[in-house]
Ligand binder design. Structure first.
Ligand SMILES: [Zn+2]
Ligand SMILES: [Zn+2]
Length: 336
């Protein structure tokens, strides 16, 4: 079915707006009522009057904004359905980070699903992506080019562990985003048998604590602060990517520098980040996962947002689907 954008889901300057439900999804300006897909800063912004999200996303928003997230919050767990206005709404796992959800809306027999950010591969820190057959599916396209094919996670983790074995006297500094990537890398390392204490930059500690509160067992970690560089030789220290080029990293001497991100596929980005050891580990669907998903959801119409839209629109049309790019504003590239 076409024309739904005009009839009940509108692409407004402040973000997608569900007309019969009276709410925005991931608005980038404060609104009266927002439904949030997940806690990354470009999706969950402060200052909305009312927000609805999974309990995990609400906890992340509270941890980041400390009382400024919203005046009123409402939790909706995976699998529950509520009625907002004339719309039945549920949140379905997106497999992106802890609490991440697809927003599934039904109105007068038509189902529209907004994916938020998602990935299809296994991630022990969050519930796996669920396919929801939909009339219209709105997909992200952060890595929406055929050049972006993420290798198996275990291969990338293997590179890091090999380097630690080859340079047992050097600190390994691993740059990761604080929300999602940090906790996933820790669990991937644990799954590969690394059970030693992992040292954390202060900027990573709060969200690790939050993940633990939601039952994610990260194994032994300790703050890197306050320890002399000499005590961390041969150890793994995780930090935000920006800290690698920072004065903070000097105490580690000739550390091996690694960064884990989907963008590490691009050599110039790895150089720019100062990553000797670029690890391609992403919390977003790669090209193959995007193409698989737009087929799996069996939608007549695909709307593409949030990244490299044109290639995926072209691909969807080649698959016989109606497709268009939303060209939403306020969706800067996600650091991930
Ligand atoms: Zn995200
Ligand atoms: Zn995003």
């Amino acid at each position: 079915m076409t024309g739904a954008e005009k009839t009940w889901l509108e692409n407004r300057p402040e973000g997608l707006y569900c007309v019969p439900g009276g709410f925005h999804i991931d608005p980038h300006r404060p609104v009266d009522r927002a439904v949030l897909t997940h806690g990354h800063a470009d999706h969950t912004r402060p200052g909305n009057d009312a927000i609805l999200a999974t309990p995990e996303t609400l906890a992340i928003a509270e941890s980041r904004y400390e009382g400024r997230a919203a005046n009123r919050v409402q939790a909706l767990s995976y699998g529950e359905t509520i009625r907002l206005g004339e719309v039945d709404l549920r949140l379905v796992p997106a497999g992106h980070i802890l609490g991440s959800a697809q927003v599934v809306m039904e109105h007068r027999g038509q189902r529209i699903t907004v994916s938020g950010d998602y990935k299809r591969r296994a991630d022990p820190t969050c519930a796996p992506f669920e396919v929801v057959e939909s009339d219209i599916f709105i997909t992200e396209a952060t890595f929406g080019l055929p050049v972006f094919r993420h290798p198996p996670d275990a291969e990338e983790i293997g590179k890091l562990l090999d380097s630690m074995a080859a340079f047992p006297d050097r600190t390994h500094l691993l740059g990761v985003y604080a929300l999602g990537k940090c906790q996933r890398m820790i669990l991937l390392l644990r799954a590969a048998g690394h059970d030693e204490t992992i040292y954390l930059h202060g900027a990573l500690e709060k969200l690790c604590k939050l993940y633990r509160r939601f039952g994610v067992d990260l194994g032994p970690t300790a703050p890197a602060a306050g320890l002399p560089g000499s005590a961390l030789k041969g150890k793994l220290v995780m930090c935000p990517p920006s800290a690698i080029a920072d004065r903070w990293s000097r105490k580690f001497g000739d550390a091996v520098t690694a960064v884990a991100s989907g963008w590490m596929r691009v050599r110039a980005r790895a150089r720019q980040r100062g990553a000797e050891l670029p690890l391609i580990v992403s919390d977003h669907a790669d090209w193959d996962e995007l193409c698989q998903t737009i087929g799996d959801v069996n939608a007549g119409e695909i709307w593409v947002t949030h990244g490299r839209e044109d290639a995926l629109v072209h691909q969807a049309r080649a698959m016989g689907l109606e497709a268009k790019a939303l060209h939403m504003i306020g969706r800067e590239e996600e650091g991930e």
